[in-house]
Design a protein around this ligand. Structure first.
Ligand code: NAD
Ligand code: MG
Ligand code: MG
Ligand code: MG
Ligand code: MG
Ligand code: MG
Length: 340
């Protein structure tokens, strides 16, 4: 059984006694910064000159500084810039200005796991990684709840890094839901695997194929959209509430029988073999190198994929339908946190 932490296991005064610099104010950055502030923590934001995120942070009453200045003021530096820029920001602006003994906090282990960042020996290096998108981390905190977090300590220079990690996790509301003790390696490899194979890559491809098969067979795209994309959320909500078993209990017997008969026909054992290939590329660093090399070249492959995805006919159908569904439009306002 994994080791779990809850609010009673953490002392909020540890993080309340530190000066925190949050570098980046995007999806995770805004959530960490605002939740910490509302937990009584001294927070400043470090951003590039001219960053679009500056206005958003200042509108919340947060103090925004150039990254170097924010780091100079801090004894806890939280690195929530995009993974692909973290090593450059770290080398050029963070490390040269880092106070002796200052702690580094990550929201994902990528740069430590793949050695793009090699912290100095006197720094505590920890991770508090919410298992949910940043805008949900903020929304749950405001509603008095929290998103579960993974906690890890890569380097415990002070001997008290775990106290700081737990206190920080409590500050962002994560220990209201619960924290799970892990390592940078386990978090990085499982996070990449989950998003590539199941949550993002697997689900997106499954939805697109389903939509294509129906529309190519002559069915209306609007109907295909509901059957293959919109209802997915309703099914996944049942899984979250009570596992696959509750989902199967709630659906009709017709749907449940079809699940057993056709699920393994669509997602056949080849898919499991393919997933093992994906995991191998994550474990040996092939995926990380592929991503970072493309980013360093100006992201030509990444941008081409993004453009191709945006052109898929399901996006046009979805945009039209969502415009008619007022209850969905309301939630779309969170989208502007994603890019800074
Ligand atoms: P994001 O793209 O939403 O936001 C990045 C922020 O960094 C923006 O404010 C941007 O202006 C700023 N930024 C960009 N370049 C910068 C630079 N050179 N110097 C300073 N600031 C810079 O990023 P994100 O999705 O929140 O990801 C941040 C970290 O959190 C990553 O390590 C990611 O893996 C992790 N994470 C993200 C999520 C999520 O919900 N998106 C979930 C779990 C973990
Ligand atoms: Mg994840
Ligand atoms: Mg991830
Ligand atoms: Mg149906
Ligand atoms: Mg049933
Ligand atoms: Mg993003």
């Amino acid at each position: 059984m994994a080791e779990m932490f809850y609010d009673d296991d953490a002392d909020l005064s540890v993080i309340q006694g530190r000066k925190v610099a949050v570098i980046g104010y995007g999806s995770q950055g805004h959530a960490h910064a605002l939740n910490l502030r509302d937990s009584g923590v001294d927070v400043r934001i470090g951003l590039r000159e001219g960053s679009k995120s500056t206005v958003k942070a200042e509108n919340e009453g947060l103090r925004v500084l150039p990254v170097a200045d924010a780091v100079k003021e801090a004894d806890v530096v939280v690195i929530l810039a995009p993974d692909q820029v973290q090593r450059t920001v770290y080398a050029e602006e963070i490390e040269p200005n880092l106070n002796p003994g200052a702690a580094l906090v990550f929201g994902h282990g990528f740069n430590i796991r793949y050695d793009y960042i090699k912290p100095k020996a006197d720094a505590d290096v920890l991770m508090v990684a919410p298992k949910g998108p940043g805008h949900i981390v903020r929304r749950e905190y405001v509603d008095g709840r929290g998103v579960p977090v993974l906690l890890a300590v890569e380097q415990d220079a002070s001997g008290t890094a775990w106290d700081l990690a737990k206190s920080y996790a409590k500050g962002i509301g994560g220990l209201r839901a619960g924290g799970i003790k892990t390592t940078f390696t386990e978090e990085t490899e499982t996070d990449l695997f989950g998003e590539q194979s199941v949550l993002c890559g697997g689900a997106s491809q499954l939805v697109q194929y389903g939509f294509e098969v129906l529309t190519e067979a002559g069915y209306q795209p609007e109907v295909a959209y509901f059957e293959c994309l919109h209802e997915l959320k309703l099914i996944v909500d049942l899984m979250i509430e009570g596992g696959i078993a509750k989902q199967r209990w709630s659906i009709s017997d017709t749907a449940e029988f079809g699940d057993y008969v056709s699920g393994p026909r669509v997602i056949d054992p080849h898919v499991k073999e393919n997933m093992k290939g994906v995991l191998a590329d994550i474990q040996d660093g092939t995926f990380a190198k592929h991503f970072i090399d493309d980013q360093d070249a100006g992201a030509p492959e990444f941008l081409a994929y993004r453009e191709k995805g945006a052109q898929h006919p399901i996006e046009k159908t979805g945009k039209e339908l969502r415009g008619l569904m007022s209850w969905i439009k309301d939630n779309d306002t969170d989208a502007d946190y994603v890019e800074g």
